[in-house]
Design a protein around this ligand. Structure first.
Ligand code: FUB
Ligand code: ZN
Length: 650
């Protein structure tokens, strides 16, 4: 029996998981209720005389909420949340049609119509998040009530789509991940084959440009009909005006580029077969979900169908199409990738969900390849590109994450398209499963998060505790209590952001890693340090990572930030926020790089490590972690600062 039981016991991530469990999950339910998302299910289940509200794919936000709640409850039991979850599952069951179909937009506005405008209307995307909620609920509770509902939904898909061709693929990848997860818990081969068909049929529709045009026009008409239908049903109260999506600056001709992206198929990754997609293009969340599914498929089947696409697109993204924060999807409107090195800090879209999608992808790549670089990127994106979307209070969120904001961006309680909040919550709630992996005679420590683990695998059994003071201090203790005494290889990830790492075993230095590069974070440089021994009771490993503040100089190919640098310390990227630097114009300071120091400030933002510096004129500067910006009211912010000409070339 292979089983790893993990729990996050202390520190940085315990704090955030508590905010997630005690604030965010309830706040999100209130918002789903306030905006009518849950009522849409009541209209179907209880015949509630109400107009459907929200986007045609609004069901998905409620399903991600349900998945997050299912992950939270075993760790943070709560009667109120349990009641909400059980009532919502019952509601879903009643709203679902007897043949398994469930998509409130069609059921309310166009009863009997199904699978219309697949590239636009997100039916399969919604089915995917429903299925994932059911799989997670089963995995965390052992209950099968929601699993039965999602099994019927999956069977509906299999019956309606098996054997269909290139036109029958989802416009937004997600259902492929869900079907592969459902296959893993049920062993039902038809789900594996269905997922594979959706992946394989993508990018082969010769008439795609015509089809996407036709579907866009049809969707426009249907949405207008739906809105008219809603108004005729005289909603009891006007829908409160939802905050507009944050809009960063837009690059020139972005709308023209969006049309071209859509017609060529790149926007939806329909431009060529997945196995040939070696360059990240189009909508970033869709891309990340697609590559997650492709990696899952190869991992589950031992196939290498997508190996070159996975490897080459990962390398291209990291080297040329990813922000220094790990954010991906530079362009607004397209909500996706631009050209190589088109990484302007001002219009950076870098949607929170895109970072989350990249976490899911890197999690699968780590499992598929066993290489440290994927967990290195996972860690960097988790702290900087994903967590930035989650406000300290768990009740405000960022949707797009620019690296420079001049006052137009603020954290908001909800959005017209609220895809990020519940996506964040389900990911934060599931972090305990991302810390270590085990197979054969090896254990891989993927993430240095304070936690406790009971591992039983391949005749090995042992307890392992991690005490990590990251991200504020660089020391990690790993304590081992073996139950069986057979030799185990313990793989310790050497993070690329640490220029010098010391490893001690029971107090003795056994290895020192000194990186040979001035710059730090580059996941391709991450490595494993393997310790193989028959572990003894109370064996203790100490890791000491380098926490010196340092520059991350921009790539000279990124014109918009040429000659500038960001600052980093440990796994965190830092920024200047106006509220900490009232006496300077943060967009025009020139940093004296020899002036930077860091210290822990217990009174700031709940206790953080800040970086202090000076301008070349001697004015003081305070840098805070980028993920924490925007938590203190309207402000301006910049990740990049200018360097002296003669210093920027160093
Ligand atoms: O289309 C569904 C989700 O809404 C996408 O993943 C996000 O980018 C947002 O547009
Ligand atoms: Zn989102």
């Amino acid at each position: 029996m292979n089983e790893i039981r993990s729990s996050i016991t202390d520190g940085f991530w315990k704090q955030r998981r508590e905010v997630n469990a005690r604030q965010a999950i309830f706040h999100q339910w209130q918002q789903l209720e306030r905006t009518g998302c849950i009522d849409n299910f009541r209209i179907l289940a209880e015949g509630k005389p109400f107009a459907r509200r929200g986007w045609f794919f609004a069901d998905s936000d409620a399903y991600k909420w349900l998945e997050a709640a299912a992950r939270i409850l075993p760790v943070y039991p709560n009667q109120e949340l349990t009641t909400l979850v059980n009532a919502f599952i019952e509601l879903i069951g009643k709203a679902q049609e007897t043949d398994g179909y469930l998509y409130t937009f069609n059921q309310i506005h166009f009863p009997g119509l199904r699978w219309v405008n697949l590239q636009i209307e997100h039916e399969l995307y919604c089915f995917g998040h429903l299925i994932e909620a059911g799989v997670t609920h089963f995995e965390t509770t052992g209950k099968e009530n929601l699993l039965d509902i999602v099994g019927k939904a999956a069977d509906r898909i299999v019956e309606d789509f098996s054997g269909k061709g290139t036109g029958a693929t989802p416009g937004h990848q997600e259902v492929e991940i869900a079907l592969l997860r459902l296959y893993k818990v049920t062993g039902e081969n038809e789900y594996l084959e269905m997922a594979h068909q959706f992946i394989e049929m993508r990018g082969r529709d010769k008439g795609f440009a015509f089809n996407i045009l036709r579907q866009s026009i049809s969707n426009g008409r249907r949405v207008a009909q739906a809105e008219a239908h809603s108004k005729t049903h005289a909603a009891e109260e006007d829908l409160p005006s939802l905050p507009p999506m944050n809009r960063a600056e837009h690059p020139p001709l972005i709308k023209v580029r969006w049309v071209i992206n859509a017609l060529t198929g790149k926007l939806l990754q329909q431009h060529k077969p997945v196995r040939k997609q070696t360059v990240p293009v189009g909508h970033a969340v869709r891309f990340a979900y697609q590559m997650t599914a492709a990696a899952m498929y190869d991992r589950l089947t031992g196939d290498s169908a997508y190996e070159s696409a996975l490897e080459e697109s990962w390398q291209r993204m990291v080297a040329r199409r990813m922000y220094i924060t790990g954010g991906i999807g530079a362009l607004p409107v397209i909500e996706g990738f631009g050209r190589d090195f088109e990484l302007d800090p001002n219009f950076a879209y870098a949607e929170t969900c895109a970072a989350l999608g990249s976490l899911f992808w890197n999690r699968e790549m780590a499992g598929l390849t066993g290489e440290a670089r994927f967990s290195d990127l996972f860690e960097w994106q988790l702290y900087n590109a994903a967590l930035v979307g989650f406000g300290l209070d768990g009740r405000t969120y960022l949707y797009n994450n620019p690296l420079a904001a001049d006052g137009g961006i603020e954290r908001r309680p909800w959005y017209q398209v609220p895809c990020c909040p519940s996506n964040l919550s389900r990911t934060i709630a599931g972090l305990d499963a991302d810390i270590l992996t085990a197979s054969g005679d090896s254990i891989e420590l993927q993430q240095y998060i304070s936690s406790w683990h009971h591992l039983q695998f391949n005749q090995h059994e042992l307890l392992l505790a991690i005490e990590s003071r990251l991200p504020w201090y660089g020391d990690v203790q790993i304590k081992i209590q073996p139950v069986t005494t057979r030799e185990i290889k313990l793989h310790l990830r050497m993070p690329s952001w640490s220029a010098k790492t010391e490893i001690l075993l029971n107090g003795e230095v056994i290895q020192t890693f000194a990186a040979d590069q001035a710059e730090r974070f580059d996941p391709t440089r991450a490595s494993w340090f393997v310790l193989e021994r028959a572990w003894q009771q109370d064996d203790q490993i100490t890791l000491k990572f380098d926490m010196s503040p340092h520059l991350l100089r921009s790539d000279p190919k990124v014109r918009s930030v040429r000659g500038k640098a960001a600052l980093a310390c440990g796994p965190l990227v830092y920024c200047l926020e106006s509220c900490d630097n009232p006496d300077v114009d943060i967009f025009n300071v020139v940093l004296d790089p020899d002036s930077i120091t860091s210290r822990f400030d217990p009174d700031m933002l709940g206790g953080i490590r800040i970086i202090s510096g000076k301008t070349i004129q001697g004015q003081p500067l305070t840098f805070i972690p980028y993920f924490l910006w925007g938590n203190r009211g309207i402000s301006t912010m910049t990740v990049f600062v200018k360097l002296n000409e003669n210093q920027s070339s160093k």
